[in-house]
Design a protein around this ligand. Structure first.
Ligand code: PGA
Length: 257
C-alpha cells in the first residue's frame, strides 16, 4: 500500500453465493465485528439480485456496493442482461469486469472486457478490471507479457481523465479459489509491472494514483503480508468475503497504523 498517493480498496466478490435474504444478517454480523475502516474503502460486489438489499444494508456501515458484471450495451433487446445505467440508478458504485471466471466460462475476451470498461465509465461506474495469468503461462515465463497485453487491451481508448476511476485487480488464475496464494513478492512484482504499463500509457502521475488490488485466496492470515507490498493497494476477495469475521480481519489489516 502507499496511502500517500492512492486509495486502498478492500473489495469482496461474493460470486454466485449469498441469497438476497442473507444480505442483512451478513451486514449485521459484519457490523458487530468490523473495525472502523479509516484508511481504506470497503466494497462488496454482489449478484444482481442481491444489490438492492446490499445497498440498503451496507449504507450505515459506509460500505460501497459493486456488481460482478454488466452488459456493454447502453440499452435494448438483450434479454436477461443488465446495463450500466441500471446499476447506477440503484446506487451501485463499482463493477467487476473481466473476472477470469467470466473469461473462462462465458467467453469474455480482452475485446469484450474493453467494451465493458467503456460502458461502465460512460455511465459513471468505477470498473474493477481483472487481469491474471494461467499456471501454464506462469510456468512458461510469459506472465508479464500476458498481463501487459490484458491491461493494454482493457484500457484501449480510455482517456486519462477516465483512468482516474479505474481499479485494476491482479488475480493469478491458479490462485483463485485454490487456497494457493501468490507469494507477496510474486504478487508485488506483477502489481508493480501493471503500474509500469499504466505509466507508459498515462504518465507517472496517473500511474502513481491508480489502485491495484491483488486477488486469489487472500484471507485473514495472509492479507497483512500482501498489503505490505508497496504496489498492492488492496484486495479482491472471494471465499473469505463470505465470512464476516474473516472479511473484517482483512479490513483491519488494511487499516493498520
Ligand atoms: P478467492 O477469489 O479469494 O476465493 O480466491 C478471488 C476472486 O476470484 O476474486
Amino acid at each position: 500500500m502507499n496511502r500517500k498517493y492512492r486509495k486502498t480498496i478492500i473489495a469482496g466478490n461474493w460470486k454466485m453465493n449469498m441469497l438476497p435474504s442473507q444480505v442483512k444478517p451478513f451486514a449485521d454480523e459484519l457490523k458487530a465485528v468490523s473495525p472502523r475502516a479509516k484508511w481504506c474503502e470497503t466494497v462488496i460486489c454482489a449478484p444482481f439480485v442481491d444489490l438492492p438489499a446490499a445497498i440498503k444494508a451496507f449504507k450505515e456501515l459506509r460500505i460501497s456496493v459493486g456488481a460482478e458484471n454488466l452488459n456493454e450495451n447502453e440499452k435494448g433487446a438483450y434479454t436477461g442482461e443488465v446495463a450500466a445505467n441500471m446499476l447506477v440508478d440503484l446506487g451501485v458504485k463499482y463493477v467487476i469486469i473481466g473476472h477470469s471466471e467470466r473469461r473462462q466460462y462465458y467467453g469474455e475476451t480482452d475485446f469484450s472486457v474493453n467494451k465493458k470498461v467503456h460502458a461502465a465509465l460512460e455511465a459513471g461506474l468505477q470498473p474493477i478490471v481483472c487481469v491474471g495469468e494461467s499456471l501454464e503461462e506462469r510456468e512458461m515465463g510469459i506472465t508479464l507479457e500476458r498481463i501487459n497485453l490484458q491491461v493494454k487491451a482493457a484500457l484501449s481508448g480510455v482517456s486519462a481523465e477516465k483512468m482516474r476511476r479505474v481499479v485494476i485487480a491482479y488475480e493469478p488464475i491458479w490462485a483463485i479459489g485454490t487456497g494457493r496464494t501468490a507469494t507477496a513478492e510474486q504478487a508485488g512484482e506483477v502489481c508493480g509491472a501493471i503500474r509500469g504499463v499504466i505509466r507508459d500509457l498515462y504518465g507517472a502521475r496517473i500511474a502513481r494514483a491508480v489502485t491495484i488490488q491483488y486477488g486469489g485466496s487472500m484471507n485473514d492470515k495472509n492479507a497483512a503480508e500482501l498489503l505490505a507490498q508497496p504496489d498492492i493497494d488492496g484486495g479482491l476477495i472471494g471465499g473469505a468475503s463470505l465470512v464476516p469475521a474473516k472479511f473484517a480481519a482483512i479490513i483491519a489489516a488494511a487499516n493498520q497504523e
